[in-house]
Design a protein around this ligand. Structure first.
Ligand code: GLU
Length: 505
């Protein structure tokens, strides 16, 4: 085991909005680092200029701010191992490419894309490797002065790793155990391109993990096929002793299983696959985000934490602090995790209940304002306390409790037919008199007095209450009647009942 401080990194490529699977990867890195007081680094892997998307880096940073997953070092923060944006480390990579060339662990290749295509056509399953490299135009086959001449003439070239065939390559994975492959299946991957003077992902990734003293590489399963090459690169550099430990996380699968979760699944089933809303700078297409869909960041974190890991008991609701304490890479599953978005909604419901009424009220007030309502925060808090149990999203509150803020504009036809009886108008007329003389207009007192009046007159409790509910709410829903009357007050209660009598009799 490494006795140094744990250092992990999240290393996204800014090629678009961050997929929710990437968020989970970052979260697991965070939990793992924090449980041992280690460091989490944000490194931006932007060496593929073809795939660079403006705004993606800012999006990533904003997403983790919203989720409360702070980085210790990295882009936007700084730190002793910077710069943390790979496009600013060009000169560093050149040095290491040279090192590999000098060691004979890599070579220069001049084959043009057209030549490679021709070769692929000619040879089925062509792979640039030990079995074919001597037929190609590279520094292993061309005379030294020819290589020099081509480079001096500005001919584009790439640098390839030289992989020795028929060797067992072991990747020790903390989740999957020992993964062994034969080096013959690997090709001599491109590490560097002279055309843009940039390294490829593989080289930059390994050099930076080494220089940034990364102890553990925790990333998605889709990177597992690259891991043997990475092990060979560590070996080529002579860095085996400080090679990080690998942990490849299980894939996030479609809700119904069978295949990787994609943006299209989200569109098809109506759930976001991105943390924040994203507007594609080219097409203008907007993809929904968890934040804009009304999820609380704590709920998203808790939901994601359990997609591929479980604490071993049945506990589901865990704060970030508990997640940090309990997270365990060895309890991560090898097989994919179905993306159960209904469970995500359930988590949001739970977190709304856990939050104080004041916090939920502060999220609800802007929604009220958008409906033209300026309400006293203490009143909003009280209403939220009565209603939040019924919602999974703050955005659903209005639908559930608008009647606390505005009188019903109309009465639901079905409810009216069922609940407004022949004698409702007359009885509610009498009820108004009872209410008018009632002070204080408190919950228990008013309820007791109204019930006594109903009993004295031999009225039907259910019928009266249903008609009152229709008058106050406009339909058959809502909390306890006397919670509503106490909240909206005597004047408003009487006004609404009178209005129903006038309109419905
Ligand atoms: N840049 C890679 C990505 O976009 C990093 C993979 C890794 O963590 O090594 O995920």
């Amino acid at each position: 085991m490494n006795c140094h401080q744990i250092r992990v990194r999240f290393a996204p490529s800014p090629t678009g909005p961050l997929h929710i699977g990437g968020v989970r990867t970052a979260l697991y890195n965070y939990l793992f680092a924090k449980q041992s007081g280690g460091k989490l680094i944000l490194r931006i892997e932007d060496t593929d200029s073809q795939r660079f998307v403006p705004g993606a880096e800012e999006y990533i940073i904003e997403a983790f701010k919203w989720l409360n997953i702070p980085f210790d070092e990295g882009v936007g923060i700084g730190g002793p191992f910077g710069p943390y944006r790979q496009s600013e480390r060009k000169e560093i990579y050149k040095e290491y490419v040279r090192l590999l060339l000098d060691k004979g662990a890599a070579y220069i290749a001049f084959d043009t894309p057209a030549e490679l295509d021709a070769k692929r056509k000619e040879t089925a399953n062509f792979q640039y490797d030990a079995s074919t490299r001597m037929q190609m135009r590279n520094s292993l086959t061309l005379p030294v002065d020819e290589v020099r001449r081509l480079i001096d003439a500005g001919t584009h070239y790439v640098v390839r790793i030289r992989i020795e065939p028929n060797e067992e390559v072991h990747v020790h994975d903390l989740i999957r155990g020992d993964v062994v492959i034969n080096s013959s299946v690997l090709d001599d991957k491109v590490l560097y391109k002279s055309a843009d003077e940039l390294p490829t992902y593989h080289l930059a990734n390994i050099v930076d993990d080494h220089l940034m003293e990364i102890t553990h590489v925790i990333r998605g399963e889709e990177w597992l096929p690259s891991a043997p090459l990475h092990v060979l690169l560590y070996r080529a550099f002579g860095w085996e002793d400080t090679m990080p430990q690998f942990a490849h996380l299980p894939l996030l699968l479609k809700p119904e299983g069978g295949g990787k979760l994609s943006k299209r699944d989200g569109d098809r089933l109506g759930f976001p696959v991105f943390p924040l809303e994203w507007k594609d700078p080219k097409s203008g297409e907007v993809s929904s985000g968890y934040r804009e869909s009304g999820y609380l960041p704590e709920a998203v974190v808790n939901f994601l934490a359990l997609l591929g890991w479980n604490p071993g008991d049945n506990q589901e609701i865990m704060s970030m602090k508990e997640l940090v304490e309990r997270f365990d890479l060895s309890r991560c599953s090898k097989s994919g995790a179905k993306f159960d978005f209904e469970k995500g909604k359930w988590f949001n419901h739970q977190y709304i209940q856990l939050k104080s009424n004041a916090e939920i009220a502060s999220l609800f007030i802007p929604i009220l304002e958008s409906h033209g309502i300026k309400a006293d925060p203490a009143y909003v808090e009280k209403v939220v306390g009565m209603i939040k149990e019924r919602v999974s999203f703050v955005g659903e509150l209005w639908e559930q409790c608008s009647f606390f803020f505005v009188a019903p504009a109309e009465y639901d036809e079905k409810t009216r037919k069922k609940r407004w009886k022949e004698d409702s108008a007359a009885q509610l007329g009498e009820l108004i008199e009872v209410l008018r003389s009632r002070t204080p207009f408190d919950l228990e007192g008013t309820e007791a007095e109204v019930k006594a009046w109903i009993e004295q007159n031999g009225y039907h409790l259910g019928n009266i209450m249903n008609a009152v509910r229709l008058a106050l709410v406009g339909e058959g829903k809502g909390p306890h009647i006397f919670d509503i009357t106490e909240a909206i007050g005597k004047e408003e209660t009487i006004r609404r009942i009178q209005r129903a009598i006038d309109l419905l009799k």
